[in-house]
Write a protein that binds this ligand. Structure first.
Ligand SMILES: Cc1ncc(COP(=O)(O)O)c(C=O)c1O
Length: 400
């Protein structure tokens, strides 16, 4: 039997590593477990989406098309235009948008579409990073190249640190803004710099914007790659692809609904790939997604809940742990007074709180591992539970 040799190059998934780390640890049974390890939204989903799902249940009687319904693509085009102040009509719902079953599968699949393994390609990404960027690059036959995101660069990848020889082989650059795990937000100018580099070296910029709607200052939404592209005159979004999702925006991680948008020629190839891959979105999910993209009030309310929670938790932890002031996403990315793996294990053993060690999300690059001595805390549970976890963490830090 043969095996794709690249499968052996895949790193263990972070949650697998966490399971191994905690499996023989006995936490105190008197304390209820609080999980801050997994980034799964826990706020309630919008009721009107549940109703839209029920109303469209008849859709399960039909095969979906890869392209998706016109009403879904129009709802997405409208949302993008309003959210990123794109010129009216600048995004074509027919040629520049494709519905996807969440950004995870889409980013993975898109990578397979564009990598030409015969050219010794590199895929450049932030470090730490969402594991899919690396796995998708490896399985496509590319070599990952990591850009350390640290306090020194405000947790934004320094594109100018990439050697010319790497840019020459680069076929894909992954941006993640707002960032997982740091919550750092790229400025428009930084995105435009990435696009200019893409034109100079002939690569594609993928911008994972699945946390774009969770931001803490209501009047300061994170910019996006399409906005960066339009405002610099790259009006047809050449070499740019963005990925968005309802998972975080609308608390619908189980719906598996998102979209890819950008350069029409890239969408065209992605469409061809998806036709064969068979990853069309269920008609029922498409109807519910159309309703979700068309409403902002639930998203505003969702942000209010996160803001309240962030205020409570950061107040409780300030002076206990040092962390970058969060701007967006639902993560805190604090430094740990002892190494992150020991911190995670002992915190679980003594306080029954699970977090993710930073180095499970990062690689050694340029002589340093930017995840070492940091943990990722996902503030997804309700405020009371997150606050209880923060108090337990504070007392744990005092004890060690
Ligand atoms: C940075 C990032 N991108 C993409 C995803 C995938 O989200 P989904 O597939 O639910 O859209 C996640 C999920 O946690 C994530 O953290």
């Amino acid at each position: 039997m043969t095996l794709n040799p690249n499968l052996k190059r895949l790193e263990p998934y972070p949650f697998e590593l966490l399971k191994q780390l905690l499996k023989s640890v006995q936490p105190p049974s008197s304390l209820k477990h609080i999980a801050l390890s997994i980034g799964e939204p826990k706020h309630p989903p919008p009721e009107f989406v549940e109703r839209a799902l029920e109303a469209a249940i008849g859709g399960i009687n039909h095969y979906p098309t890869t392209r998706g319904t016109e009403s879904l693509r129009s709802a997405i085009a409208g949302w993008l235009t309003q959210r990123y102040q794109l010129p009216d009509g600048s995004i074509d719902a027919n040629t520049q948008i494709l519905p996807v079953n969440g950004t995870r599968e889409a980013i993975f699949a898109f990578t397979q579409t564009v990598i030409d393994a015969s050219l010794a390609p590199t895929v450049v990404s932030c470090n730490p990073f969402y594991q899919i960027y690396e796995g998708a690059a490896i399985l496509a036959g590319a070599e990952p190249w990591y850009l350390n995101c640290t306090a020194e660069n405000d947790f934004i990848a320094d594109l100018d640190s990439v050697p010319e020889s790497i840019w020459r082989r680069c076929q894909l650059l992954h941006l993640c803004s707002p960032g997982n795990p740091s919550g750092a937000v790229m400025r428009l100018k930084q995105m435009q710099h990435a696009i200019r580099l893409a034109h100079r070296y002939n690569f594609i910029v993928v911008s994972d914007e699945c946390y774009s709607e969770i931001y803490l200052h209501e009047l300061d939404p994170p910019p996006g790659l399409l906005e960066a592209s339009a405002t610099m005159g790259n009006a047809d979004f050449k070499r740019c692809m963005v990925f968005h999702s309802l998972s975080k925006r609308s608390n619908l991680p189980g719906l598996r609904s998102g979209f890819a948008a950008g350069d029409a020629s890239l969408i065209d190839n992605f469409f061809l790939y998806r036709t064969y891959h068979g990853s069309a979105m269920s008609p029922t999910v498409q109807a519910a997604s159309t309703a979700a993209w068309g409403d902002e009030s639930h998203v505003v309310e969702n942000r209010r809940l996160y803001r309240e929670k962030f205020t409570a938790v950061t107040t409780a932890l300030r002076g206990v742990l040092s962390f970058p002031e969060p701007r967006a996403s639902f993560y805190l990315w604090p430094e740990t007074p002892i190494d992150d793996i020991t911190f995670t294990r002992e915190l679980y053993r003594r306080k029954h709180v699970s977090v993710l060690p930073g180095q499970f999300m990062s690689r050694l690059a340029n002589g340093a591992n930017p995840g070492c001595n940091r943990i990722r805390m996902a503030l997804v549970a309700d405020t009371q539970e997150c606050l209880e976890a923060a108090h337990r963490i504070a007392s744990f830090v005092e004890e060690i």
